[in-house]
Design a protein around this ligand. Structure first.
Ligand code: ACO
Length: 323
């Protein structure tokens, strides 16, 4: 049996930082409200000349360097993003071109905050089947481009960033398995109102100007769903929650993260939390958190990681990983 393993990790945050104090000057909010409701202290915002593919390039090159591999080794690219540079070419192919790679399959998928776990799940299958030997898996977002900066209910939450991992074949797991889910009945609780076949013309009709969210309802469903997801992941793998070394959750909100940790009986010292530094970066948040903890030495080779995410759709998913 062949597995894939994470041979390297990388991440990138744009230079520009917007603090809670900065937002106090532009919308009716306070640092205290944002911190106590979400745990967020600052977020990074892409410069005018940055795009999802340029953020992804930084993260991808760092992941390859940490794996001791080069762009010439890459034979598969998948990018999770809900904020593509363009409608087409897809962001995976734009990243491929930036890296100077030609010919291997490259594509992007859009499952909002679950983008990285979905991309990881797909790439894992290709590596396991022997169809890829060096897969680049990226989660990236420029959410600042679809945020209504005059809406205090949402603009305090989101940020831009990218994270990446390199998967290579291994006789030992590796990615033990992934669990993916979605349910479109919740499509109206969290969404961006504009699209291609649905029509850009709504932009002129006084409809919401950015990400639209029923925050309270999203919060409740997220907590309930993540709790079920943790149970499912543990049961399907026949492991006890105390065997998990690190929880690496989607970084949306500290209170949602805390409730997942409680479910696992996990002290917060065993949970990777970076939401304070970059807000909700959707598909980028798990690989950003992972890379941070790998580089600062908390996550070490051989440890067991549980990654879990929840996002617009709703989509949700987990990955159990022997790092
Ligand atoms: N500053 C000050 N007050 C605010 C702000 C703000 N930035 N935003 C809202 N308020 C006010 C509201 O207007 C409301 O005022 P009212 O009582 O006078 O009507 C009050 O604060 C409470 O609003 P709630 O929405 O009930 O606040 P809540 O405690 O639920 O926190 C939050 C809001 C942080 C959005 C929370 O619901 C949440 O985290 N939900 C989940 C959101 C999330 O994580 N989404 C992403 C998950 S999926 C994904 O990652 C895409």
């Amino acid at each position: 049996m062949m597995y894939s393993r994470m041979a390297g990790t990388g991440s990138y945050l744009p230079e520009k930082v917007v603090t809670n104090a900065d937002l106090e000057k532009t919308v009716d909010t306070t640092d205290e409200w944002i911190r106590s409701r979400t745990g967020i202290e600052r977020r990074h915002i892409a410069a005018d000349d940055e795009t999802s593919s340029s953020l992804a390039e930084h993260a991808a090159r760092r992941a390859l360097r940490s794996a001791g591999l080069t762009v010439d080794d890459v034979d598969f690219i998948v990018v999770g993003t809900t904020t593509p540079d363009r409608i087409f070419p897809n962001t995976g192919t734009l990243l491929q071109e930036r890296l100077g790679i030609h010919g291997c399959p490259s594509f992007a998928l859009e499952t909002a905050c679950s983008g990285f776990i979905y991309a990881l799940s797909v790439a894992d299958k290709y590596v396991r089947l022997g169809e890829a030997k060096c897969a680049l898996v990226v989660g990236v977002e420029c959410l600042s481009r679809i945020t209504d900066w005059s809406d205090r209910g949402t603009c305090v939450l989101f940020g831009d960033g990218a994270g990446a991992v390199v998967l290579t074949p291994s006789v030992e797991a590796g990615i033990i398995n992934t669990h993916l889910h979605s349910d479109g009945r919740y499509k109206d609780l969290l969404y961006y109102p504009y699209g291609v076949s649905d029509g850009f013309d709504k932009l002129k009709a006084g409809a919401p100007a950015g990400i639209t969210m029923q925050g309270n309802d999203v919060f409740k469903v997220a907590v309930r769903t993540l709790s079920r997801l943790v149970d499912e992941t543990l049961a399907k793998n026949g492991i006890d929650k105390h065997q998990i070394d690190w929880l690496v959750p989607h970084q949306a909100n500290l209170r949602i993260i805390r409730s997942a940790a409680e479910k696992l009986d996990m002290p917060m010292e065993k949970v990777i939390v970076t939401v304070q530094d970059h807000g909700n970066t959707s598909a980028a948040s798990i690989p950003l958190a992972l890379d941070t903890a790998v580089r600062d030495g908390r996550i070490r080779r051989g440890q067991l990681l549980l990654m879990e995410t929840f996002g617009g759709g709703f989509t949700w998913g987990s990955a159990l990983v022997r790092f």
